[in-house]
Design a protein around this ligand. Structure first.
Ligand code: AMP
Length: 218
């Protein structure tokens, strides 16, 4: 069986940051639906233009568009040994589509780390978040600043504030999460796949907890 991991949690919980670490430990790719949409927007593809209508107002991109995009991505050769999913699934219909895809591809969900963070903390993290233009590396103005202001430590590209990280859109994204994505916590809990992680802790502590709970310690 090929193992996939689903990282669950509200926007700003640190899914992307932690998923990158775990992906590199396991030697499998991190697949972020948000990164793929942003990449498409940068390349001005039709998918990017369609998705951006929803992204910029903090709504979810419709399931049919998102599921087709992820199925295509997971079918590529680099996912043959599994992957970390970050930001997908976000609705029950997406979770069911993922189950079907995995079943058809002799794959399974191994674990679902659920990173829990208080709402006040989420707002502070998202509205002060900086994102790298080239690869989506993530920094925070106060808690995780880049070595050189405005420049990504990893690839030297420009850091910017995402349009949807502005305060009004952030609040709406958190509401959308509560309504549409929170039900997945139960969905995976009932299947004994959920591992709860305290995401209010410093980044390194969250990573340590994840490494221990996923049995990745070397
Ligand atoms: P993220 O980078 O994960 O915060 O995603 C940014 C935005 O992309 C979200 O607010 C949604 O508009 C869109 N998006 C990302 N992943 C999904 C998904 N699985 N389903 C629907 N929309 C998504």
């Amino acid at each position: 069986m090929i193992n996939f991991y689903v990282f669950l949690g509200p926007p700003g919980a640190g899914k992307g940051t932690q998923a990158k670490v775990v992906a590199s430990r396991l030697g499998i790719p991190q697949i972020s639906s948000g990164d793929i949409f942003r990449e498409n927007l940068k390349m001005k593809t039709e998918l990017g233009e369609r998705a951006n209508k929803y992204i910029k107002i903090g709504e979810l991109v419709p399931d049919d568009i998102t599921i087709a995009m992820i199925n295509e991505r997971l079918s590529r050769a680099d996912c043959a040994g599994g992957a970390i999913l970050d930001g997908f699934p976000r609705t029950p219909a997406q979770a069911e589509a993922l189950d079907r895809f995995l079943m058809e591809n002799k794959s399974q969900i191994k674990k679902v780390p659920y990173i829990k963070v208080s709402e006040a903390e989420l707002i502070s993290r998202l509205t002060e978040r900086l994102t790298c233009r080239a690869e989506g590396h993530i920094f925070h103005k106060r808690f995780n600043p880049p070595k050189v202001p405005g420049v990504c430590d990893y690839d030297g590209s420009e850091l910017y504030q995402r349009e949807d990280d502005k305060p009004d859109t952030v609040k709406h994204r958190i509401n959308v999460y509560e309504e549409q994505t929170q039900p997945l916590v139960d969905y995976y809990h009932q299947r004994s796949l959920l591992i709860e992680i305290d995401g209010n802790q410093p980044i390194d502590q969250v990573t340590d907890d994840l490494v221990n709970l996923l049995d990745l310690a070397v």
